[in-house]
Design a binder for this molecule. Sequence first.
Ligand SMILES: [Zn+2]
Length: 244
Amino acid sequence: MLEYICTIESFTHAIIHSLFMLINIHTHDPEKQDNQQIIYNLIIPQTDEDLESFPNESTPNTWLSAGIHPWYINENNQKNQLEKLAKLAKYQDIKLIGECGLDRLKGSPLPLQEEVFIKQIRIAEEVKKPLIIHCVKCFNELISIKKIVRPKVPMILHGFNNNFHIAQAILERGFYVSLGTALLNENSNAAHLLPKIPLDKLFLETDDKETPIIEIYEKASFLLKIPIDKLIDTIFANYLEICS
Ligand SMILES: [Zn+2]
């Protein structure tokens, strides 16, 4: 009986995999799995020496994001970091700009993070590509920056696991939200929030975790009480909507 159930289950998985493409909007792992489309993140390095050889890994046919992470801004070399990003941003494989953003707990002083973030928003605007954003305890600053800079490109907040009050504030201002492994814990903010996020504003990701993206889709489908194929389809459509 157990074997029978397993067979049905693998069969269902096979059908799911054959029809739909799972978008993993933000990962630091270049390994692709079947029927998955990852957006592999490249962090712009800090020194001239590293910038010169960057990117040094070959990632053919991989969709990428590239940005200056707020933890890795080089105060004395940000101009060269930004120049490198501006060049890469034009490449066809670069689908998103980031992760970039603001972090109150780590990285360079906040005013410098804000300055470099705004410059990356301008690069994204120039190439008309969406931004993937890292934000830790800086939501007021993020909202103010969006209000002042008024970017037309979509902005996705990645690894979102904050309270409803913050979620409401950012959704009202048109941000997209990407949820990750926090969803696997049903007591997390992300799990509580998920049913309140409009489906057309939702993405899923693994970030720096080894959890297979299918597990995050399965959990989200369970929490949302919608079939997994519908969820996969919707998120793929969200991707096409902002990245094509
Ligand atoms: Zn990340």
